[in-house]
Design a protein around this ligand. Structure first.
Ligand SMILES: Cc1ncc(COP(=O)(O)O)c(C=O)c1O
Length: 375
């Protein structure tokens, strides 16, 4: 059997990883500034994470959501404590798209309406409503086009109000920081307007923190800088440090009922053990603060490099925009300097390293990037 070929692959075969480093099958060591697409939060193969998942597997690996699972409540309590969102409820699922799918569904249940406002360049996942709210027609099949979604310019509060006035919108969905769209940051005043407008027009505000959450922006959730309280917050990527888990934080205005949402695998023992270990390490190693400080250093240094058109980002979610394709720079960083980076469209390099990245690692990257750009 062969694989259904949907991914363009780098010619690297990772075999082992530790903290911010990955080794391939030839024994080459790479600095990982991509974090497996923003997934590695506490560093690869963290000893506490390995210990906790192993211990759980030796007790019980899986049962269904029809029995008591105290680990889910322990995870909810810890997440409330570390994120500061103590008054929200938690619903657990398995991926980012699934979190957004459930959020949009809950918004529609809650309001009885169905139109969605999303923003240009948004990415919210590849499933039904999530892909319909993604601004990329090339990944939407005919079957995804039954949804009513209106795409507006990010940071344009007036056009949001014009649409909400029509009275048929169930949700406004916005990324804490647009990732795939090229590290575009919604202004704090715009997020504050969205909060106010959604309340005024009885519509649900969904913050997609799947990429920007879990400390990546230097705050636990990127939207927290704006001091707002969204109705729903979606999470995934950094939540399990590679163990598949996603989730939805739900404000107390939403009343649950049996059967309203559900999943087979969501909130399983292993996923909860992984997610709890992640929060414990984030707290103990002060990784949100580290992301903020190392990110600030990186952004200051990157701003001084000639040839980069614009540096955007917060914490360890950084975009370097060039006025030409970055394919060659990225290829040389991997092959010559042994550094993984990500991309957004053709002209933007995206840095999404583990939140454990240190200043010496940042200095090493800056030196390597300068060498690649100068030769
Ligand atoms: C902001 C955002 N939302 C949703 C998703 C979808 O997450 P998943 O690939 O886990 O379904 C992604 C994935 O890149 C994302 O960056």
């Amino acid at each position: 059997m062969k694989l259904f070929d949907v991914y363009p692959l780098m010619n690297v075969t990772p075999q082992k990883a530790e903290d911010c480093y990955v080794w391939d099958d030839q024994g080459n060591k790479y600095l990982d500034l991509y974090g497996g697409h923003a997934v590695i939060s506490i560093g690869h193969s963290h000893p506490h994470y390995i210990r906790q998942i192993t211990r759980q597997l030796n007790n019980i690996g899986f049962y269904s959501n029809s029995v008591q699972n105290p680990l889910q409540l322990k995870l909810a309590n810890k997440l409330g404590e570390v994120s500061g969102m103590t008054d929200y409820d938690l619903f657990l699922c398995n991926s980012g798209a699934e979190a957004n799918e459930n959020a949009l569904k809950l918004a529609s249940f809650h309001t009885g309406k169905k139109r969605v406002i999303a923003f240009k360049k948004a990415f919210h996942g590849r499933t039904s409503a999530a892909v319909a709210a993604t601004d990329n027609p090339s990944i939407q099949a005919e079957i995804n086009k039954g949804h009513e979604v209106t795409f507006l310019n990010l940071n344009d509060s007036a056009s949001v109000e014009n649409e909400l006035k029509k009275g048929d919108v169930c949700a406004v969905i916005v990324e804490g920081i647009q990732g795939i769209g090229g590290i575009k940051i919604p202004e704090n005043s715009f997020l504050q307007d969205l909060e106010k407008l959604c309340r005024q027009y009885a519509c649900v505000l969904i913050l997609d923190e799947i990429q920007s959450g879990y400390g990546r922006s230097g705050s636990f959730f990127a939207f927290q800088d704006a001091g707002i309280k969204p109705h729903l917050i979606t999470m995934a990527k950094g939540m399990g440090n590679g163990f598949p888990i996603g989730g939805l934080l739900i404000s107390p205005e939403f009343k649950p009922s049996h059967g309203l949402l559900g999943t087979t695998f969501g909130g399983n023992y292993l996923a909860c053990a992984a997610a709890l270990a992640v929060l414990e390490v984030i707290e103990e190693q002060r990784l949100v603060e580290n992301a903020r400080q190392t990110g600030r250093f990186l952004i200051e240094e990157l701003n001084q490099i000639a040839g980069i058109e614009e540096v955007r980002g917060r914490g360890l979610m950084i975009g370097l925009q060039f006025d030409h394709s970055v394919a060659d720079i990225r290829r040389r960083l991997v092959t010559e300097k042994k550094i993984f980076t990500g991309v957004s469209s053709t002209n933007i390099i995206r840095l999404l390293p583990p939140l454990t990245m240190t200043i010496p690692m940042a200095q090493h990257f800056i030196g390597s990037l300068k060498e690649v750009l100068q030769t």
